[in-house]
Each structure stands twice: as C-alpha cells, then as structure tokens.
Design a protein around this ligand. Structure first.
Ligand code: PPS
Length: 285
C-alpha cells in the first residue's frame, strides 16, 4: 500500500524518502559544476532521459547501460541510500529528481550544475500514472481512473500538483544552466533532441555514436535491457505481472482513456492554472 510522507505540503513516498529529507539535512547537499540534474514530474519520460544521458556519456557504448542498473547510473536525490551514494560519488554525476523546485538544495541554484527539465502532456502523465499504480504498490492505489483523475487535478498525488511543479521549474527559463525539453519532441524527432542535449552539455557525437545512442535508448532496447526494465525489482514494490514498467511510450494515449468530459474538465483547469505562460511552452494537443 502506498503511504505518503508530506514534506512542506508535498506528498512523497514514505518508504523510499531519504532520511536526509526527513531530518532537513538535504538542504546542505552540495551540487557541483559538473553535475547534470534530470528533473521531471513523475511519468514524464525520466528513465528515457537517463538512458540517453548515460549513452551520451559513453559516446554510444552500451556497456555501462547494460551492466549498471538505471537507478545507480543516475540516482534520485530524494531516495534513501541514493542520496548517500550521490554524496560519496566522485567525478561528474548524473542526478535525478521528481521534486518540486522548493525541495532542491539551494546549492543547485548557485552552482553551475546543469538542469534538464523534461515535461510531458499532463493528460498523458495522468494516464501513465494510473497504469503505473497497478505495477508499483508504492504509488497511490486507486479504485478507478476517475479517482486518479480527481486526485491528479487536486494535486493529491506523488510530488503534488503537476501545474505547480511545472510552473516552479519553468521559473528557471532563461538561465544558461537550464534546458527544458518536451517528451513529445523527443518522440517526434529523437535525434534533434539528442543534438540539443549535446549542445547544452558541450558534448559532440560522431554519426555512428549518435546512431548507437538512438538504437540503445529506443523503448524496445530499454524493454530488453534488464538494467533498465525493472525486472531486477520485480516482486519488491513492483509487480510486473500487472503490466510492464515501460508501458506504451507514445504521445496522446490519453485519448484512449479519458472521456470527453474528463478532457474538457482537465483543459479548463489547465487554462486556469497555466494562464500567463506562452502556449508554445506546451506543444501538445
Ligand atoms: S517514473 O517512474 O515516474 O520515473 O516514470 P518516467 O520514466 O518519468 O515515465 C514513464 C513513461 O515514459 C515512457 N518511456 C518511453 N517512451 C518512449 N521511449 C522510451 N525509450 C521510453 N522509456 C520510457 C514509459 O513508457 C512511460 O510512459 P507510458 O505512457 O506509461 O508508456
């Protein structure tokens, strides 16, 4: 059963939350200038981004992604033991987080650490989260999609309101160390997104290295990679009999699941909450 710990009004996974987050010591975590932080609201394509960044780091060589679990390659700062592993890690770090901006240590904003903020159509995020709740017992357990829908709009889900989370991180727009990417663009043109990431990180890939990054980060390759498909976790908080960790991996699946009334209610809420932000920040339908 899922059980949340509320930290500064944000629901977080009680079973997994780092002690440092429970004691407040997280505020002292030191970001370094060669850190890269992958920041996303849950179910936005985080694992895909980790796979791509891992492969960029190895210039397309799949040895690392095929021998080290994805959560060890880019640990979540808010998760037990991973926080400590990050503190102990030497050299450039890949760091992941689903937290809202106010729960990231201040050193992030004074260091030159780079932030890649990945966002996705929240209706797809909502649907993805609903199916994930059947696979992962730590996620909120709901009786129906309608219940999850209501909780999502209220922000009564893991990591709180999508609207507030997204707006919070978007306040970094314009900073040199911040790159915002869209899942939908990654789907439409993965190569261009990888080129954008390389440019942001000051990296270059030879054409065959780029092809290897593309090949090994495809959803099929990730499903086949036991270091990325969560089969190593099966039977713990994950029950892969109820569905795969890497589910459909498409844009617009919400159309198969939300009713017209739900989609309209969602859109009204979106207009209300995101008013004032340029519509081009949200390139989905
Ligand atoms: S988590 O558990 O919150 O960190 O989930 P997250 O990784 O952010 O998002 C999971 C969704 O991303 C999809 N995914 C991919 N799509 C396309 N290509 C690749 N390689 C890929 N890897 C993961 C995954 O299928 C989840 O979306 P849904 O819509 O549920 O399929």
């Amino acid at each position: 059963m899922s059980e949340y710990t509320w930290l500064e009004g944000i629901p977080l996974l009680a079973n997994f939350l780092s002690l440092k987050y429970q004691t407040g010591e997280w505020r002292d975590f030191v970001f370094k200038e060669d850190d890269v932080l992958i920041l996303s609201y849950p179910k936005s394509g985080t694992h895909w981004m980790i796979e791509i960044l891992s492969l960029i780091r190895t210039k397309g060589d799949p040895k690392w992604i095929q021998s080290v679990p994805i959560w060890d390659r880019s640990p979540w700062i808010e998760i037990q033991n991973m926080y400590e592993a990050l503190e102990a890690q030497e050299g450039p770090r890949l760091i992941t987080s689903h937290l809202p901006i106010q729960l990231l240590p201040k050193s992030l904003f004074t260091s030159k650490a780079k932030v890649i903020h990945l966002i996705r159509n929240p209706k797809d995020v909502l649907v993805s989260g609903y199916f994930f709740s059947k696979v992962c017992s730590s996620f909120e357990q709901v009786a129906s999609l309608q219940e999850h829908f209501e909780r999502f709009l209220q922000g009564n889900v893991l990591c709180g309101s999508w609207f507030e989370h997204t707006q919070g991180w978007m306040s970094m727009r314009g900073k040199e160390s911040y790159l915002m990417l869209h899942y939908e663009d990654m789907k439409r043109d993965t190569r261009s997104t990888i080129e954008k990431i390389c440019q942001f990180l000051g990296k270059t890939l030879e054409p065959e290295e780029m092809n290897s990054v593309l090949k090994h980060s495809s959803i099929q390759a990730m499903r086949d990679n036991k270091m990325s498909n969560y089969t190593l976790m099966d039977g713990s908080n994950f029950n892969l009999k109820n569905g795969p960790f890497l589910r459909k991996g498409v844009s617009g699946d919400w159309k198969n699941h939300l009713t017209v009334a739900q989609a309209e209610a969602f859109d009204r809420m979106f207009q209300e909450k995101m008013a004032g932000l340029p519509p081009e920040l949200f390139p989905w339908d």
